[in-house]
Design a protein around this ligand. Structure first.
Ligand code: WTA
Length: 663
């Protein structure tokens, strides 16, 4: 190719835009572009469109009560129950035989729950929870992997008005204890174990160890027997009950759904932030459920007849909103897969798409990068023609991965929605609407109708298109978090203080700060550039560097540690740990292993450092602050930023040499 052609080619790569097919648009749930204006002109009443997707037991008085920002309330006075919206109404509307959940175990076994089956199970487990003493507003912790009992337990909690707090099964015992302590949770539902790459993992052992770290009384623990004969032979303790035995005891029982206020808590979800302690994000019944249902309808284009699959884990917010609450509220069929995408072979996901004729598939960029690495032969060997729409979430998607996904999974025919949102936002905020918008690989898209987002500088002034700045959200939305559990002050300081006039009662003076960097183009499309706080995003999993550091400094022989994210081909970011040893200890293989072990035990395998670099000092400013930016440059092999403000500039080269020696 001549130089000119290469240049042109490169420009085309950058500029490429994609349109949804006429066929997709013709069937889309939302395809009229006037929706943007309609929502803007009719704000906040526009959000009734979301609330109308639910059945309310009592009408709300007001769409939005913004009299006490940033403690916004939505659909105030409205009454509803999330489990009856996700289950009962479909049974009553003649869809009792429609499949609600199709579950695929890693070893190949399958389970199918119709809405009637789900109704029965949710009722029985709700009765069981009540009999264990769970009352309305008690927080029930669910420490469970991807087994059907997890959504059943969530909906059973919702039925009796007991907020759930799901703890990702891959998190450690210590992480479980921290979350139960923080939520004063006296009830736990867990399981004996589960399968990963064909091996049975002992989960109850971890749960028991976690329970030892709970500082208040635990009333009851329910244990699902997932492994059967492959189990680890644990005896259940005095307050531990077998799931199936309880279900038998409550066989056929019905529990009337508790009428919840729109603003009553539906669940808590812990997530990482700047400081060491995870934040308990509080979501409500009316606003959250409306928002999850609305975005599932408008963005994921879900119809009840669809088979829809989100490959996330329910232990994260994506699974809450887009495996459980959104899809089930709309009465569709949601697929759940227990295991890893490369077991037993790298076409497992495509085999599953083919098997269930999946219509809509939603995954993370990290997974797409792994698919690319494994090669197109895997998707090519399967019939993926049932797919109509694809989605991604969790981290920025590079245009190359976007195009691979479009071509090899979507057959250049399926629109892709690149959805930006957070645990705190409850649902999607920035993405194209697949039946309306032009897609630009790499850019998530414009804010959804009714969502008001801007890119600003440190003073809160809007920046020019193309310039990097900070993403802000300038108006509340129904799916937003209401506060951090029992910590209103931290809620304000984490999300609002940066850009708001915190003395003001005027909602216009309050601006939500998601802590992401971003830029906007002339068409109003937003490209997310990544976190601007001390949070790193490993394979779409959000981890606090402080949490990892505190696990590392807890290891004997470690004096100080700094953790940063370094670029990683598949994971997006990987954990780099720079460690100073204590006097008398060597930075040797033994200590490296103990550090990795320490992170494993403190948080879980997802947070394990990719690299541990021992160093005599960390680069510090004269005021003693660690210069993380430089450590990131070193991790990425980038040219080093300015070192002139350092107290010890010579150390950076030394660290750099060590990193090189290791790679
Ligand atoms: C990042 C996951 C770029 C972002 C739903 C955000 C994204 C954090 C995207 C939230 C996207 C999520 N493009 N970055 N489409 N989606 N992020 O709370 O940094 O686990 O702040 O919620 O993930 O992670 P969380």
């Amino acid at each position: 190719m001549a130089d000119g052609d290469i240049e042109l080619e490169a420009r085309l790569e950058e500029q490429a835009e994609f349109e949804p097919s006429a066929e997709f648009v013709a069937q889309a749930n939302v395809s009229d572009p006037s929706i943007y204006e309609e929502f803007e002109e009719n704000w906040p009443e526009c959000w009734e469109r979301a609330a109308d997707l639910l059945d309310w037991d009592g009408d709300y008085d007001e769409v939005l009560d913004d009299s006490n920002p940033p403690f916004y309330e939505w659909f105030t006075g409205g009454k509803l129950n999330a489990s009856s919206n996700c289950v009962d109404r479909h049974v009553e509307n003649g869809d009792k035989n429609r499949v609600a959940i199709k579950w695929e175990g890693e070893l190949g076994e399958t389970r199918t729950y119709t809405y009637q089956d789900l109704y029965r199970e949710v009722n029985e487990f709700a009765a069981a929870l009540r009999a264990q003493g769970v009352e309305e507003d008690d927080v029930v912790t669910l420490y469970m992997p991807m087994i059907p009992e997890l959504p059943i337990a969530m909906l059973a909690c919702a039925r009796i008005g007991a907020p759930h707090s799901v703890v990702f099964a891959g998190f450690s015992a210590e992480a479980l204890a921290t979350r139960m302590n923080s939520a004063d949770s006296r009830y736990l539902v867990t399981c004996d174990g589960y399968y990963r790459r064909g091996d049975a993992l002992d989960h109850l052992d971890k749960a028991n160890e976690g329970l030892d770290g709970v500082d208040h009384g635990v009333e009851s623990v329910v244990v699902v027997d997932r492994l059967g004969d492959d189990g680890f032979g644990h005896d259940l303790k005095g307050n531990q009950h077998d799931w199936s035995a309880l279900m038998d005891e409550h066989d056929g029982e019905r529990v009337a759904p508790v009428e919840r206020d729109a603003e009553d808590m539906l669940f808590l979800m812990y997530t990482s932030g700047t400081t060491g302690q995870p934040k308990g994000v509080k979501h409500t019944t009316g606003g959250y459920l409306s928002y999850a249902a609305w975005t599932s309808h408008a963005v994921l284009d879900i119809e009840p007849e669809d088979t829809y699959w989100c490959s996330a884990d329910i232990g994260w917010i994506t699974g809450h909103s887009y495996i459980v609450y959104g899809p089930l509220a709309l009465g569709t069929t949601t697929v759940m897969y227990e295991g890893t995408p490369d077991y037993p072979t790298c076409d497992r996901l495509w085999e599953t798409v083919e098997k269930y004729a999946v219509d809509i598939f939603y995954t993370a960029p990290t997974a797409i990068r792994a698919f690319m690495k494994w090669g197109k032969k895997f998707p090519e060997s399967r019939d993926l023609s049932s797919l109509r729409l694809l989605g991604t979430v969790g981290e920025p998607i590079n245009p190359r991965a976007w195009k691979w996904y479009h071509k090899y999974i979507g057959n250049e025919d399926c629109p892709i929605v690149d959805t930006w949102w957070q645990t705190e936002t409850g649902g999607m905020m920035i993405t194209t609407l697949p039946g309306i918008g032009t897609m630009k690989p790499g850019a998530a898209g414009p804010p959804l109708p009714g969502v008001d987002a801007q890119i600003v500088d440190t003073n809160g002034e809007e920046v020019q298109p193309g310039r990097a700045g900070y993403l802000t959200v300038n108006k509340p939305w129904p799916g937003m978090l209401r506060t951090l559990y029992k910590n209103d002050e931290r809620y304000i300081s984490e999300y609002w203080r940066e850009y708001s006039d915190t003395d003001s009662d005027d909602p216009d003076d309050w601006v939500y700060f998601p802590e992401d960097g971003a830029k906007i183009d002339e068409d109003g499309y937003i490209t997310i550039l990544g976190r601007v706080d001390d949070v790193i995003n490993v394979s779409g999993h959000r981890l606090g560097t402080m949490e990892i550091e505190s696990a590392i400094v807890g290891v004997e022989g470690v004096a100080e540690a700094a953790v940063v994210g370094g670029d990683h081909e598949i994971k997006g970011e990987a954990v780099y740990a720079y460690v100073i040893t204590e006097d008398g200890y060597e930075g040797d293989e033994d200590l490296r292993e103990r550090i990795i072990e320490g992170v494993n035990d403190g948080i879980g395998p997802i947070a394990r450092p990719e690299k541990v670099v021992f160093t005599p000092e960390l680069p510090k400013t004269r005021s003693g602050k660690i210069m993380r930016r430089l450590l990131e440059d070193v991790a990425n092999g980038d040219e080093l930023g300015n070192t002139s403000t350092l107290r010890n500039p010579e150390i950076v080269e030394e660290i750099e040499a060590k990193v090189h020696a290791q790679s």
